[in-house]
Design a protein around this ligand. Structure first.
Ligand SMILES: [Fe+2]
Length: 335
């Protein structure tokens, strides 16, 4: 039996209409008072923020969120409006369980080796499997996963993972992720490094804006991203190199996997006539540290250390590409 109002019986009466006027939350703004909430300050900008490796050094097994919910003005853990990054520390033989409400989880193994036992629940039932990982591997998990991450007991330093999920996006939407959009996927770290070395050897590499490999999933043939919401890159910044400024509307949660002192990013809102960033904020890199590059700001990377540096930025650029709002731009001149 249909629950639609039947027009043959006269106009439908909607719930509450007869007793209430429903206007209590309705607001009218003069256009210029509400057209740019970021400019007027009613919504907070994404801050440039650096997270020290001291956050996880010597820490007990557990999940350490890189939480900027205070500056972002949201009542749930978040590193950027849509994403939450964390360090996951797992002592030798220890286990850490993750049960996110997210459409996408991404893990990068910074140290150690171990495995993740993944149990997926869906309307079709429950399935489970084990994924082994080691330093340099990347793992992506879809919605509906309860996962037990275990570090090998043989490794006295245990394991350290960098994790990014889109849980804040779902909290903002008031939605629960129920449908997996891709299969659990492992990106082999050795293969990624080999592909990166191939790109670096290419004689045209010096002319490119980035020496890097983008991770992608067959399930995202339009956005060409690591999941339908997340974007991830494995990059090298060779010694003496400057990567020219660029900008995009996705927020970047940049992980530095390896570097010597003398590597840094410059971040700012404007370029000068030579294509250099005006009055930039400098963010020094630290191995196994992370930092946030806000959406829309120009950023360049610099390596004055004499040794190659490696980075793994993770962004919400899968979502932005779907929305056609990524707006990536490169400085055409300058450093
Ligand atoms: Fe970027």
């Amino acid at each position: 039996m249909s629950d639609r109002p039947d027009s043959r019986n006269g106009p439908a009466v909607l719930l509450g209409e007869a007793a209430e006027d429903w206007t209590g939350d309705a607001v009218f703004y003069e256009y210029s008072a509400a057209a740019d909430p970021l400019e007027s300050g009613t919504i907070a900008p994404v801050p440039i923020h650096r997270f020290s490796p001291g956050l996880h050094t010597g820490a007990a097994s557990g999940i350490i969120p890189l939480d900027l919910s205070g500056p972002l003005g949201v009542p749930y853990p978040a590193t950027s409006p849509a994403l939450l990054a964390s360090f996951v520390v797992i002592g030798p033989g220890d286990r850490v369980v993750t049960v996110p409400d997210a459409t996408s989880e991404l893990y990068y193994c910074l140290r150690g080796q171990g495995h993740s036992d993944v149990e997926r629940s869906s309307t079709a039932g429950t399935t489970s499997g084990r994924i082994r990982w080691e330093q340099g591997d990347v793992l992506t998990l879809p919605a509906g996963c309860t996962t037990v991450h275990t570090a090998d007991p043989s490794d006295p330093t245990g394991a350290l993972l960098y994790r990014v999920t889109d849980a804040p996006l779902l909290r903002y939407l008031g939605a629960t992720a129920t449908e997996a959009r891709f299969e659990p996927t492992r990106f082999d770290g050795r293969e990624a490094r080999a592909r990166l070395a191939e790109v670096e050897r290419d004689p045209e590499a010096m002319g490119r804006s980035r020496v890097s490999v983008l991770l992608a999933n067959r399930s995202a043939p339009q956005t060409l991203t690591v999941t339908h919401t997340l974007w991830a890159m494995i990059g090298v910044l060779p010694p003496g190199r400057v990567q020219r400024p660029h900008r995009h509307q996705s927020a970047a949660l940049d992980l530095i996997t390896e570097c010597a002192p003398g590597c840094y990013s410059l971040i700012g809102s404007q370029l000068d006539a030579d294509g250099a960033i005006v009055d930039p904020q400098r963010v020094d890199w630290e191995p196994a540290g992370a930092f946030v590059t806000p959406p829309g700001l120009w950023h360049s990377h610099h390596n004055e250390s004499g040794r190659p540096a490696y980075l793994v930025p993770v962004q919400d650029a899968g979502l932005h590409t779907y929305l056609r709002s990524l707006d990536i731009r490169f400085s055409s001149t300058g450093p």
